[in-house]
Every structure is written in C-alpha cells, then in structure tokens.
Design a protein around this ligand. Structure first.
Ligand SMILES: C[S@@+](CC[C@H](N)C(=O)[O-])C[C@H]1O[C@@H](n2cnc3c(N)ncnc32)[C@H](O)[C@@H]1O
Length: 392
C-alpha cells in the first residue's frame, strides 16, 4: 500500500495551510513509517525466533511466558533497538513538523476559527472552571507537545490545529480524508447489528476535533448530536470544523465521567479511540455515566483498537510498544481489561453486551455496511466495536 500525501486531506475552514516544503516533509515521514514497518519490522520476529527465544530458553529452561518477559528479553536485541528507535524518531519528526507548520500561522488559524464560530450553527459551551483529570492533562499522548490542553493565548486552538492533520499523516490516510473511519466504522456496525435503530439523540464522548462526530451528522441528519471533550482548544476548533463542513453539532466542555446531561437523555452514546487514553478508574466511571445517560432501548458503543485476548505473546509484545514508547500509559492496561465484566459491573445485563471486530470504513463507502460474515476478521478487521444496550 502506498501512503497518501498530506495534500489529499479533506479540506475545511480551520485547517492549517501547508507549503511545498512542509508537504514534502510530511509525505517523507509517512513514507518513512511505511518503509520502516515493511523492511525493518519483520526482522523482529526473525531475531526473536533465531536468537532471543533460544537464548532465553537456555537460561530459563522454558520459553517466555508473556509479553513482559519477551519485552525484557528483546530489550537488548540490536534489531529491536534499531526498529524501535526508527519508529520513535518518525513519530517525533511528525510532531515537530506539525508543530512548526501550525506555529507559523496559529494567529491566523485562531482568528479564522473565531470568525467561523461567531455565526456558527449548533452551539459551543466552554467551561473554563472544569477540572482536568491528571490522567488526561499530565500526558502528552502519542508525543504531541503540550498534549490536548496547552493554551498559549486567549481563544487558542494550537493542540487541535496540530492534531487534526497529524492524525491524517500518522495514519497514512487509512482513516479517510476527514479521518472519519472510526465513526464511519461504528455506523457500519450499527447498521448491520441493529438495522432498525434510528437514534434521535446522540452523544459523542471525547470528540476531540469531531473526526468521528461528523459521520453521525451525515448518517442521522434528523438527530440532535452532542459532542463533549475536556479540551477547550479541541472544542473551539471542532466547532469551527463542523460549521465549515455544514454540520449542526452541539459541543460542550465536559468530563465524560460525570456530565451535566439529565439521566436518560440519549439513544446512542459513542466514543472513538478515547478509552485507551483514560485511567482504569475513569474507564469505570465513563461506563457508569454512559449507563446513566442512556434512554431505555439505547445503545452504548465504544470503538477502539483490538484487545490483547487472542493474540499470542509475541504479537502482544509489539502491539504493546506504544505503552512504553509512545506516551500511551493506559494502552496495555485497556487491552488487558475485561470490558464485558466492567459493563456488567455498572449495570448492563450480560446478555445485552456485545463486541465484534469490524472493518475500517472510510467516506467513500460511509453509508454502506462493510460487514461480510464470511470474512476472516482476524486478518481484515481494524476496529473493536464494544458496547451494550440498556433495555430498561
Ligand atoms: C484520541 S482523542 C479522540 C479522538 C476522537 N474521538 C476521534 O474519533 O477522532 C482523545 C480525546 O478524548 C478526550 N478525553 C479524554 N478523557 C476524557 C474525558 N474524561 N472526558 C471527555 N473527554 C475526554 C481528550 O481530551 C481527547 O480530545
């Protein structure tokens, strides 16, 4: 697969401009990531099978038992160090490039966002007094400098202006031109599993800049859509982005662990790639809040990357790379968590809990279910759809 270029990103009014040199750098970074994964990464397995595991077995009289033992054994392996260093460097180059291109024009972006938002459809409700939980504010997730929350001036959108095109570059466009794949894939799943479900009220938690929120507005144009996040810069930017794309969405700055919406307000509560950035305690609180917010018959649906269950120890080892090397401290913990047990714990009936690996859907096939029961999902699936229905 060839990486797409930064210029193929879906355009909207708040997006940073990219000049020739910046585009070349972004495209180089995407290509470098592909090259590292295609040419260096496979060597890890060879090194493990031929050198690291036999040596471990000689020393311990048994094979490594889990990913932690494999990680410790692989830490001294030069090929692993080389691959890991290259991957980390690629990520740092991406963040540096994104920061640089946004900093040279952030005044203009902030002005444009404010201009769009002055006449916006929908609403934007910010709460400057909202306490930021440490699990969110103390981590620069995936190495983004300043994380999601650093505000460098009044009405700032810097974290969002970096994050938005950054997701496109880091995922090499595989999430679609508007990075819509997590939302679109969730909708594909809903269409397949609950074909008659037509939510009138939808809440997207941890919406960030609204990449996944907009597909709900496209698919359910009659529904009232709320989107919440802890980050004011993300919400300002997300509101402008939605407005510039013509979508009526109500954004508010709230903690998904305890929102101000009345109980039973929503037919559908969704999150996309949020849970792996929350602590274990917050995860439980978020599930409990989803349960409270759902109307009878309503659905909770979380889209994430896959769990560790079903992966062999070596696969878990490299899947877990982000936990220690990419500022994702909750990554491995989430992937080890029994989500069904947690959902049952907050009040969902075990028989109403569901999970499925679903394929990646991008805008070209946004409204078409991609689910083919005949497919081998272990190879082709991309997202975990986990959720539960609140029957009464
Ligand atoms: C990876 S981004 C989510 C991306 C977005 N959902 C999408 O699909 O494009 C994670 C977001 O979750 C937000 N977040 C984390 N914990 C939260 C919480 N307790 N309440 C609300 N938002 C939260 C962060 O501020 C951040 O913007």
């Amino acid at each position: 697969m060839k990486p797409v270029g930064i210029r193929q990103i879906g355009q909207h009014g708040a997006l940073a401009a990219v000049n020739h040199d910046e585009a070349a750098r972004e495209d180089f970074i995407a290509s470098m990531y592909f090259a590292v994964q295609a040419n260096v990464f496979p060597g890890n397995r060879l090194a493990y099978d031929r050198r690291v595991r036999p040596e471990f077995e000689r020393g311990h009289g048994r094979a490594p038992e889990d990913r932690h033992e494999i990680r410790r054994a692989m830490a001294g392996e030069p090929l692993f160090q080389w691959w890991s260093g290259l991957r980390r460097t690629t990520q740092e180059m991406k963040q540096a490039t994104g920061e640089e291109l946004v900093h040279r024009q952030i005044g203009k972006i902030n002005e444009e966002v404010a201009r769009i938002n002055r006449t916006g459809i929908g609403t934007l409700r910010l709460d400057p007094g909202l306490p930021l939980p440490g699990y969110a504010s103390k981590v620069d997730f995936h190495g983004q400098p300043g994380g999601y929350y650093a505000e460098r001036c009044a009405e700032d959108t810097t974290p969002a202006a970096i994050y938005d095109p950054g997701v496109f570059v880091l995922t090499k466009g595989f999430m679609g031109p508007y990075c819509e794949a997590a939302g679109a894939s969730a909708i594909g799943f809903l269409r397949e599993r609950f074909p008659d479900f037509e939510p009138k009220t939808i809440l997207d938690i941890g919406c960030s800049v609204g990449h996944s929120t907009v597909p709900y507005s496209i698919t359910y144009p009659e529904a009232r859509i709320d989107a919440i996040d802890l980050s004011a810069p993300m919400l300002r930017y997300g509101y402008a982005r939605a407005n510039s794309l013509g979508h009526l969405i109500h954004f508010s700055q709230q903690n998904a662990e305890a929102t101000d919406f009345p109980s039973g307000s929503f037919d559908l509560v969704v999150s996309h790639i949020v849970l792996h950035e929350t602590s274990r305690r917050a995860l439980r609180n978020i599930f409990a809040e989803c349960q409270r917010l759902l109307a009878p018959g309503g659905l909770m649906l979380h889209v994430e990357q896959r769990q560790n269950e079903g992966l062999e120890a070596f696969e878990q080892f490299y899947y877990d790379w982000d936990t220690l090397n990419n500022h994702e401290p909750f990554w491995g913990t989430l992937h080890d968590t029994d989500l069904a047990e947690l959902a049952a714990d907050v009040g969902f009936a075990t028989s109403d809990i569901f999970q499925k690996m679903v394929p990646n859907v991008v805008s070209a096939d946004l409204l078409r279910s991609q689910i083919d029961e005949g497919q081998d999902f272990k190879r082709t699936s991309t997202w975990l759809a986990f959720g539960a229905q609140k029957k009464s």
